[in-house]
Design a protein around this ligand. Structure first.
Ligand code: SDX
Length: 423
């Protein structure tokens, strides 16, 4: 993996470090021996220039707007595949044969029910609890219900835990939604697809039959595909770091959910739609003010500096759903106005702040009838397969060790304790 060197001169001493090649994308300087050979650390808060691992799952080219899952472009997967098939691809590395897919889909389907005692756990929350707080609690609690799949050294138990997490997230997300409405929980059905099952668990009521609209099912499935995995983003890095200590997979995914909740990350889709229309000019002015830490939610990205390829697919899906739903909510005029401003305003164009995946997803989810506080829950639902695939990749890496970054210390140097009477 290495065919050239990086030279570093420190205090007059010249040192060589290998440059490692991946299959595509930026090469890396292997600095694993830097501290041992120089007594120096690298310094990279926010990890803007740091590769934390090697991975074969997802490749992003931020300048070219490329996103590949196991080599397949996101636009092709969104248009031609299904979330269940993409889940298989991420977990197993290859697209399944028809027989492999049927077996995988049956396995996931038969893990969609949750332990009945979890309903008691969920009922401990206030009805007005934010659904993401419920998800953080309930997913972490799964390790209390599924002891038989928490031994991370056992590949079989890792596989069972992976299937359980992918399968149960829709059920738990729907339960959190129903609980917030004061409506009864709806059990999953084995005769429905993964996504149709989720929509029925969210929107059906015992008082009448519910038939999933195929256009909404397809739109929801595309949204799940677009959110499935995204390289070493903040929540995925959280899952990997938690997993590096040997924590059980349910605890690791709960950590990922907690990190995703932040408005700079997965919480942006909720924040984007919560901007009141009349305040758009003020928001734009604040976003452009260097002295104001305010960020315009749904715009910008650490990696994509031209456009987010997922946003393009999402934009097209938004138009489809709005037409089907016959929605004419002023919130969508807000979104369109924001999009036009951002795409033509010098500040946004110069800083390459284009609408990201979170900008459009909120528009679609709102049109489908989800409240804004469910948006990040749906992001977490879809991202669970990416987190689980990344966790499995890390755990099965023979070179894996606990993640333990160092620091640049800027506090007081050693000083002696002074008794309180002498201060
Ligand atoms: C996701 O990492 C992933 O892959 C994440 C994700 C995934 O699938 O996992 O893609 C999902 O989290 C998408 C991003 C959702 N977040 C938002 O929409 C929140 C708003 N966006 C910003 O917070 C910001 O753009 C980030 C956090 C997304 C990226 O931040 P960076 O890369 O650290 O960029 P930055 O904050 O250093 O900004 C660079 C410049 C700054 O100006 P200068 O200090 O250089 O003068 O751009 C400006 C920022 O002020 N800027 C913005 C802005 N985003 C960046 N200014 C106004 N509004 C914004 N949204």
């Amino acid at each position: 993996m290495s065919d050239s060197k990086a030279k570093l001169t420190i205090d007059g001493k010249e040192l060589d470090y290998s440059i490692l090649n991946g299959s595509v994308g930026p090469r890396v300087i292997d600095i694993r021996k830097l501290y041992a050979t120089t007594g120096l650390f690298t310094y990279d808060p926010g990890f803007t220039s740091t590769a934390s691992c090697d991975s074969a799952l997802t490749y992003i080219d931020g300048d070219a707007g490329v996103l590949l899952h196991r080599g397949y472009p996101i636009s092709q997967l969104a248009e031609q595949s299904t979330f269940m098939e993409v889940a298989y691809l991420l977990l197993r590395g290859e697209l399944p044969t028809r027989e492999e897919f049927t077996k995988f889909e049956n396995t996931i389907t038969r893990h969609t029910m949750v332990h009945e005692q979890l309903t008691a756990f969920l009922r401990g929350f206030r009805r007005d609890a934010h659904p993401m707080s419920v998800m953080c609690g309930v997913v972490g609690a799964l390790s209390a219900f599924y002891h038989d799949s928490t031994d991370i050294t056992d590949p079989y138990q890792r596989m069972v835990a992976s299937h359980r997490l992918v399968a149960k997230m829709p059920t738990l997300a729907a339960m959190a939604y129903k609980y917030s409405l004061g409506q009864p929980f709806v059990y999953p059905r084995n005769d429905l697809s993964y996504t149709a099952n989720f929509l029925r668990m969210c929107f059906s009521v015992p008082a009448e039959d519910y038939v999933v609209d195929p256009v909404l099912e397809r739109a929801m499935d595309k949204i799940f595909i677009l959110h499935a995995d995204h390289e070493q983003n903040a929540s995925t890095s959280t899952v990997r770091l938690a997993g590096s200590s040997g924590a059980n997979p349910f605890a690791c995914i709960a950590a990922g959910i907690a990190c995703l909740w932040g408005p700079a990350h997965g919480g942006a889709n909720e924040a984007a739609l919560n901007m009141p229309p009349e305040r758009i000019p003020a928001y734009i002015a604040r976003a452009k003010n260097k002295d104001d830490p305010f960020r315009l939610m749904g715009f910008g990205h650490r990696v994509y500096k031209n456009y987010d390829p997922r946003a393009k697919v999402m934009q097209a899906t938004a138009k489809e759903v709005l037409e089907v739903m016959g929605v004419d909510d002023p919130i969508f005029d807000v979104a369109r106005e924001l999009e036009q401003i951002a795409l033509h305003d010098d500040y946004f164009v110069e800083k390459k702040l284009y609408p990201n995946v979170d900008f459009y997803s909120g528009i679609i989810l709102s049109a489908m009838g989800f409240p804004t506080d469910m948006f990040t829950v749906l992001f977490a639902l879809a991202r669970t397969v990416g987190w689980v695939a990344q966790w499995n990749e890390m755990i099965s890496d023979p070179e894996q060790k606990i993640g333990r970054p160092r620091q640049l210390y800027t506090g007081p140097t050693q000083r002696d304790y002074v008794p309180i009477g002498q201060r």
